[in-house]
Design a protein around this ligand. Sequence first.
Ligand SMILES: Nc1ncnc2c1ncn2[C@@H]1O[C@H](COP(=O)(O)OP(=O)(O)OP(=O)(O)O)[C@@H](O)[C@H]1O
Ligand SMILES: [Mg+2]
Length: 467
Amino acid sequence: MRAGRQPSLTLRSTLAFSVVAMLAVASAGMYLYETMKDAVMTRTDHAVLARLDHFRKLLQYDLTLDKLQGSPQLFENMLDSEDDIFIITEPDKPPVIMVNPLHAPLPLTPVVPTNAPLSVADMRSGELASGVPMRAATVEVMSSGRRVHLTAAHIAVKEMATLANFRNRILSSVALAFVLTAVLGYVLLRRGLRPLRRMASHAAAITPARLESRMDNRDTPVELQQLGDAYNAMLDRLADGYQRLTQFSADLAHEIRTPVGSLMGHCQVALRQARTADEYQALLASNLEELERISRMVESILFLARADDAQAALNRQTLDMAQELQRVCGYFEGLAEERQLIVNTCGDARLSADPLLLRRALSNLVANAIRYADEGSMIDIRVLEGGGECRIEVENQGPVLSESTLGKLFDRFYRGDASRHQSSDSNGLGLAIVTAIMQLHGGAATVEQPAPGRIRFALIFLKPAAR
Ligand SMILES: Nc1ncnc2c1ncn2[C@@H]1O[C@H](COP(=O)(O)OP(=O)(O)OP(=O)(O)O)[C@@H](O)[C@H]1O
Ligand SMILES: [Mg+2]
């Protein structure tokens, strides 16, 4: 299982953060580096221009070329280091003065005419073989009637060293940013995801016997709070379902035990002595009745179990409800007459539902109404359509029920006191089946008391558009 798992979220996020931090620091560093390089080169340019300007004035007004040639220390002092180049020539003659300690090749520079202003635009760039850049410019000056060219240049050796140093620092910062974000991000993310690990260990400890335990979501971050709440809600539902299942098995055992006990009792009594054929026949008939009830119960339980599995595929058909009501009422006519009940039906609709299941749900409601209605009262069956749903209501006059009893009617094996004592063939599964059928159809079954003693059951089907 573990071999094929995905890389950890913490690791992936940490790496992503680190790369972003690294890129941010690198871009800031690059920007600063370029700005600094520009500033350094501008300063170099100005130094070269200032030097040329200075010597131009010197040669034009104060010094002669011969004097300058005689005292080279004069300008040597004025040059900073071996990075500075200074050349004085007369056109078409060998250089008068040549200071170029590194013997650097100079770029071709335009000659700025006498008295014309000097600017950065007159400068040209060159490069040493080692790649170090240089800036140079040339001016013309008339010194004591001689035409002289002054060329000055600066090789940015020191500047490039400073910039290289700066670049190294930027690279170290980028690496540091990567490492720091990685470490910090990892620690923070691990801390942030702690609730997830807690949830995993909590989930691992859940067993049917420990379904009651819930996760403490108080110090969970907002993003995981939802997951934590959903997880706890899921446990609530599971615990509820499990509890119902346990209750159902207990009820089932209890419900089956009674008729089986009574069957055994009858047989034991009959076997104590010899009986006449009539007596055996009567016993068999009463046993058969009991067995039929057990069989109905088993069939109902099987139905509910299948509906729970949601395996039962619906065979939806468009049904004419008026016709369906007539069919069910016809079926219960005899029983209704026996109790002097009047059954009224009204309304019509077209409904898409599984015909067998719909008839079964409807019959369960009508059978209940006929069984539990006050003798000689009226039963109203209505089909109502509107608001995106179709309702089938079955209403009868019966006992006044408390709110808590109403809430339990749809529970499996729930039987009202009256039915428990009166009829032996009541299993308390009819309404549970109605609920299951309605759930299969994506609808609902409800019960309400519009007036004391009036009890109204409704099957609510959602129209396809609303479903
Ligand atoms: N129309 C009704 N009027 C009054 N009480 C009702 C009505 N329908 C159901 N009940 C009450 O609800 C209980 C549960 O009904 P349900 O149909 O689930 O079971 P049952 O009728 O007792 O048995 P089964 O339908 O399995 O034979 C009934 O025992 C009865 O007390
Ligand atoms: Mg019933």
